[in-house]
Design a protein around this ligand. Structure first.
Ligand SMILES: Nc1ncnc2c1ncn2[C@@H]1O[C@H](COP(=O)(O)OP(=O)(O)OP(=O)(O)O)[C@@H](O)[C@H]1O
Length: 454
């Protein structure tokens, strides 16, 4: 493939970026999905202001829970989604602004491989046609040259030339993913977004596809953004990792440093969820309270503030018992969850008729949370006040009241990205400022060595 120069991506321009130099620079990137429904609600803030770089020749992993915005970020980088705001710089050009021929030309440089080989290939096209399509669209070479090129590509990804006239359904999952990779390589891109490329495959097949991707990277000097759920795969193949939560990158840095010595509270939580192979290990899992907030209505301060186990407390409550503090946080989460619950039509009718809906009575919640605790008078007074607001139907006021009284910088201000550790690593957390203990000093668990290679 490296000898093929007939109209594919411009090699001369590519030479400008050397291995290890920045290939893609992302500045304050946002991708929002507007609500097109009749009622025109708030947009989904799928990617909500991320900054990072991808270096030529590296594999950057992108991890995080389902729905945190990984695919949207990947799709925005290849211009399958239009950014709402921010920049994606390639060789000094902001590709979010390209259109027409410029965009078409740029697309040669950047490709995407999708998760599901079952549905990402058009079943009515032959393998040859599928792999050839990008060459046809970009009018690369003569028809005969394109055919020849497809044959080369099939061989590059470990398929056979005679597969040219077969159809996708005649292939296994692993082979179909090879077809998707061949298609992505057709225009000689230098950057490929791999969106969960092995998640749908059997474990034995996964290793083969990962090896293929590794070989292709070496052979063609490719740069990857590797989106994945499986942290053991990420640990194994990525040079650096970005940890995403609710549309934000919480921590980014070299893989080993990030896994061995996580700096951000969310990275701690994510690593603690990895099953422990050693049954004698006494490592406790961090159980996060509640569910991630809706990306339509993310927290005002730190994105992780509603669930963070080491959230900074306001000074006057710094010394109250952990149990009491946790009960306050859970009460606040209950109120947030209530405001998110979509009432059914039946509930709405009951609500309009002034009858009780299926939401639990707030006094029961209060008793359950605080009944057995030794609650300081001042805390009790504020909790009771908030509970009365809820009982009178004013949930918003109760939430605002509790935020005012028990909130801290984590609830009100978005943290900066702080440089942490002695490697090039950054973390989005207020605890990295001098006046607070670092997360690592507050957490008691040690995750060093999680998923370490032997
Ligand atoms: N086309 C769309 N229109 C509206 N909302 C969308 C659209 N695509 C994704 N979303 C929403 O954007 C948020 C981020 O989704 P995204 O698929 O990027 O996350 P993800 O981390 O890749 O999840 P997964 O791991 O499950 O694929 C989610 O709340 C999702 O429901």
């Amino acid at each position: 493939m490296s000898t093929y120069t007939n109209g594919a991506a411009p090699d001369a321009a590519r030479e400008e970026v050397q291995t290890g130099e920045t290939l893609v620079e992302v500045n304050d990137l946002k991708t929002y999905y507007e609500d097109d429904s009749l009622f025109g609600g708030k947009p989904v803030k799928a990617v909500d202001g991320v900054d990072f770089e991808i270096k030529k020749g590296e594999t950057l992993g992108l991890v995080g829970e389902s729905g945190c915005g990984k695919s949207t970020l990947g799709r925005t980088l290849v211009r399958l989604e239009q950014a709402t705001d921010g920049e994606i710089l390639r060789r000094g050009t902001d590709i979010t602004t390209l259109s027409g021929d410029e965009l078409k030309d740029w697309r040669k440089n950047t490709q995407m491989v999708f998760q599901d080989p079952e549905s990402s290939l058009n079943d009515r096209m032959t393998i040859g046609e599928i792999v050839r399509e990008p060459l046809d669209v970009h009018k690369v070479g003569t028809p005969e040259e394109r055919k020849q090129r497809v044959r080369e590509l099939l061989s590059t990804v470990g398929l056979q030339e005679q597969h040219y006239y077969r159809y996708p359904h005649q292939f296994s999952g692993g082979q179909r993913q090879r077809i998707g990779i061949a298609r992505a390589l057709a225009l000689e891109p230098d950057f490929i977004v791999l969106d969960e490329p092995v998640s749908a495959l059997d474990v034995s097949v996964q290793a083969k596809i990962l090896n293929l991707l590794d070989d292709l990277q070496d052979e063609f000097g490719l740069t990857y953004l590797f989106i994945a759920h499986d942290l053991s795969v990420v640990r194994h193949i990525c040079d650096r990792v970005a940890v995403m939560y609710l549309g934000n990158i919480m921590e980014i840095g070299p893989t080993d440093a990030l896994f061995d010595d996580p700096a951000n509270p969310y990275t701690h939580a994510l690593l603690s969820a990895i099953p422990e192979p050693d049954p004698t290990s006494e490592r406790n899992r961090i159980t996060l309270r509640g569910t991630p907030p809706s990306p339509r209505d993310p927290p005002t301060g730190c994105p992780f503030s509603t669930r963070c186990p080491v959230k900074i407390r306001p000074p006057k409550y710094r010394d109250i018992d952990e149990d009491v503090w946790e009960a306050i946080e859970v009460l606040r989460e209950v109120l947030r969850e209530r405001s998110r619950v979509e009432l059914t039509i039946g509930d709405r009718v009951r609500d309009l008729l002034g009858k009780e809906t299926r939401l639990t009575d707030i006094h029961d919640v209060e008793t359950e949370l605080f009944g057995d605790l030794d609650v300081p008078d001042e805390v009790q007074r504020h909790v009771s006040e908030a509970v009365e607001y809820v009982a009178n139907g004013d949930d918003d006021r109760a939430q605002a009241y509790l935020k005012e009284e028990f909130g801290s910088v984590c609830d009100s201000e978005r943290p900066d990205l702080y440089r942490v550790g002695d490697t090039e690593r950054t973390s989005l957390c207020h605890r990295h400022t001098n006046e607070h203990d670092e997360p690592i000093d507050v957490y008691t668990e040690d995750y060093s060595g999680v998923l370490a290679d032997d």
